[in-house]
Design a protein around this ligand. Structure first.
Ligand code: AMP
Length: 411
């Protein structure tokens, strides 16, 4: 490793060959979501801190200990976005999107920031693709969102995908259940991890996320919210399941699926992939019927998910490849370099990728370079004004009219 400067802990550079893999995922994502009628939205990388405190929830790990928060020159508290839903809901309210046909269907792609312990698949700056459908409480929206995430990751070829599905009910049912669960946790306090114990009152459901063995044993026998679903919550969940069955999307019910964000109501889901190790979740999300109102907007129910781009690439094992080159334009002598640059320009304008030597290499050196970058053809501009075309794979070489190189190559 170099002794020079390094990217901050938990961050990484995307080099050209990896950018090729990323561009592939982005193109596939845009195609899947745009075909389904979702429009792309971009929100700022930072927001007022208050948006996340209110939107994500004060007692979540994200808000309690993972945000990159700073003050600007005038003393405002700003935060690098740790997730996308709060920002998109803020934009929905700010732009009066409740006046559009509902639900408003949006997707986004970009960097997110969380101060987490870095490990394989977990970074402090990572990229997510996300989807939000705001303005409808129909189970059709939940089902479509899940189907689209499945289509996206299955279509990309992510191996060993499993879908976990749960419901967090309505706030009323959940708060009654919270009390029941808190009482159960108190009874079993001695077996819980200290961090879980300290959160019994603030956020007892998070105990389901604990990796601590004692806590896990206690949680295995804990009362489950899925068993407390009733009325419209139960109907909604049943309908989501019927729709997924009809679409042929398989799932496993997971009563312990809580997710680390406070805004979820009713449906929650997560996709895992077989070869991701400890950080096995590729993407997940759920319904957040109270969030828009909580942020000061109209009552507008919503559903959303986010998937980690780096996790998708890890699961695919796609390390990309060097960007492809069609042509290397070589100059037999220094006098031909201006012709080489002009011809490369003409080929590029016609849509071919074309390179010239920028390092003063001899003709031999240029041909080596053409080989190294995997160029399909090399055009050699000769000192007498003529030209040769070499097919790099076969080595076959022939005279070519220098004025008709483009026509010849695109023939
Ligand atoms: P969340 O926003 O927490 O629901 O996470 C959605 C998805 O983003 C997860 O399933 C992961 O694929 C990805 N993700 C979340 N946190 C990180 C992280 N620190 N590093 C890399 N990917 C992450």
């Amino acid at each position: 490793m170099s002794e020079g400067p390094q990217a901050p802990r938990g961050t990484f550079d995307v080099l050209p060959r990896q950018a090729v893999a990323r561009a592939r995922v982005r193109a596939a994502t845009a195609a899947v979501l745009q075909r389904a009628g979702y429009g792309e939205i971009e929100t700022p990388i930072y927001e007022d801190t208050d948006l996340f405190a209110r939107g994500v929830g004060e007692s979540t790990d994200i808000v309690e200990k993972e945000m990159f928060t700073f003050e600007d020159q005038s003393g405002r508290s700003l935060t690098l976005r740790p997730e996308g839903t709060a920002s998109v809901c803020r934009a929905y309210v700010e732009h009066g999107m409740h006046k559009l046909a509902q639900p408003v269907r949006l997707w986004y792609w970009g960097p997110y920031f969380r101060y987490e312990a870095p490990q394989a698949g977990r970074y402090r700056q990572f990229n997510q693709v996300g989807l939000e459908a705001i303005g409808s409480d129909s189970p059709l929206v939940d089902a479509e969102a899940i189907i689209l995430l499945h289509e996206l990751i299955a279509g990309l070829g992510v191996p060993g995908i499993e879908l976990k599905l749960g419901s967090l009910a309505s706030p009323q049912t959940r708060s009654a259940y919270r009390e029941e669960l808190a009482a159960y946790l108190q009874e079993n306090e001695a077996d819980l991890a200290p961090e879980v114990r300290s959160r019994i009152d603030a956020n007892p459901l998070r105990a389901f996320d604990s990796k601590d063995d004692g806590t896990r044993r206690v949680m295995a026998a804990a009362p489950k919210l899925l068993d407390r679903l009733e009325g419209e919550d139960a109907e909604h969940f049943a309908e989501v399941r019927t729709l997924l069955d009809a679409a042929g999307v398989e799932y496993e019910l997971d009563p312990s699926l809580v997710r680390g964000l406070d805004y979820y109501t009713r449906t929650v889901f997560a996709f895992t992939a077989a070869n991701l190790g400890a950080q096995s979740e590729v993407g997940g999300g759920g319904r957040y019927d109270g969030l828009v109102e909580q942020l000061g907007g109209p009552a507008a129910a919503g559903v959303g998910w986010a998937a980690g781009i780096e996790r998708i690439l890890l699961a695919l094992g796609d390390e990309g490849e060097e960007p492809r080159r069609d042509v290397f334009v070589a100059a037999a002598g220094d006098g031909q370099r201006h012709r080489a640059l002009a011809l490369a320009g003409e080929l590029r304008r016609a849509g071919l990728s074309a390179e010239v030597d920028l390092a003063g290499r001899s003709l031999k050196g240029q041909m080596k370079q053409a080989d190294r970058i995997g160029a399909r053809h090399a055009v050699i501009l000769e000192e007498d004004g003529g030209a040769q075309l070499k097919e790099m794979e076969s080595g076959e070489q022939r005279d070519i009219d220098p004025a008709a190189v483009l026509a010849d190559l695109t023939d």
